[in-house]
Design a protein around this ligand. Structure first.
Ligand code: AVI
Length: 322
């Protein structure tokens, strides 16, 4: 009977987070981690192949081109843990390169069971690669992996796709420090960071003409309707993207097109939204390549090497725990 208990806990956590963020004084918010239910994860997979969203292709291109070089800079033997593996497609290059020199243990850490299953299927077939998934939040999963390794095993943590950009900058620093605390000197973190580029390109990447990102954003309200019994009228919200030049981030909002009230029974919540009021659903911070070494140093790493994509400014940064 473990499953129902767990799902009740998840529902009440979700309900509490929705209640707290929607009633925040000033700007209403919703936590971006809830964008990724089964529908949201499928929509994100589609976003990642849109012509306007170059981020995932740049991330994969760098891994494909430089996997051998990256692996050549790692300590040995090394086990691989990935935070938020998604379907794991782009990790193949690193695992294939590593498996040329050693039996490779790969631990995807992912809260979406669907993505985790897809990842295990995709990567479990590579020769000399053993895959053990952890359906846990990032740090919990990483601690389990770190505690389970032998004294002589190093760890390579993959945090790809510029997911670090979805944290506020201070929270990102704290998160990297928490990763560092699970590691030993000489362990590695491969960190993907999307770099600043022309504002029009950045806006289009998050407001594609086919409306996939709009559907991804609106699905958050649909998910609250499905899982918490809410009555959000999706046709009365509009997807909105802003470039915040002070904080150098894309902000994703949902704008209420009319005055309306919403009931979220499982969160014991009723709110009234004004016409044009927005709910802030996600931030995607963008970086300058030159700021990464300082970011690494603040968190107890040194930035060993950066690989930058020529087509879509994006950096893979190899950080070594000092
Ligand atoms: C997962 N994350 C890095 C994506 C991003 O670009 O911030 C999520 C996303 N949101 C809208 N499009 C993609």
């Amino acid at each position: 009977m473990a499953t129902p208990v767990l799902s009740v806990r998840h529902v009440s956590e979700f309900a509490a987070d929705v209640r707290e963020s929607l009633t925040k004084p000033g700007q209403r918010e919703l936590p971006s981690k809830y964008l990724y239910d089964e529908v949201g994860s499928a929509l994100f997979e589609t976003i990642s192949v849109l012509p306007e969203y170059g981020l995932t292709r740049a991330d994969s291109r760098l891994l494909r081109r430089y996997a051998a070089e990256m692996v050549g800079q790692l300590p040995s033997p090394v086990r691989v843990a990935e935070l938020g593996s998604g379907s794991g497609k782009k990790t193949r290059w690193i695992l294939e390169a590593l498996s040329q020199r050693q039996m490779t243990y790969y631990y995807p850490i992912e809260i979406s069971p669907h993505a985790l299953a897809a990842c295990e299927k995709e990567l479990g077939q590579i020769d000399l690669v053993s895959v053990v998934g952890y359906e846990q939040p990032y740090l919990e999963g990483l601690r389990s992996v770190a505690q389970g390794r032998a004294q002589h095993d190093h760890l390579l943590v993959l945090f790809l796709g510029s997911t670090i950009g979805n944290f506020d900058r201070d929270a990102g620093d704290i998160f990297l420090r928490e990763i560092r605390e699970t590691l030993r000197p000489g362990d590695a973190l491969l960190l993907g960071t999307d770099l600043e580029k022309a504002v029009e390109l950045q806006l289009l990447a998050y407001d594609d003409p086919a409306g996939v990102t709009a559907a991804f954003n609106l699905n958050l309200l649909a998910r609250i309707n499905r899982e918490l019994g809410a009555d959000f009228d999706l046709s009365s919200f509009r997807h909105e993207i802003r470039w915040n030049s002070t904080d150098r981030r894309i902000e994703m909002h949902l704008r209420s097109t009319r005055r309306q009230s919403v009931h979220v029974p499982a969160a014991n919540l009723r709110i009234s939204l004004n016409e044009n009021e927005t709910i802030w659903t996600e931030s995607s911070h963008k970086y300058k390549a030159e700021e990464i070494p300082a970011l690494a140093a603040r968190s107890g790493f040194r930035c060993e090497t950066q690989w930058i994509d020529a087509e879509w400014p994006f950096a893979q940064n190899l950080l070594i725990a000092s």
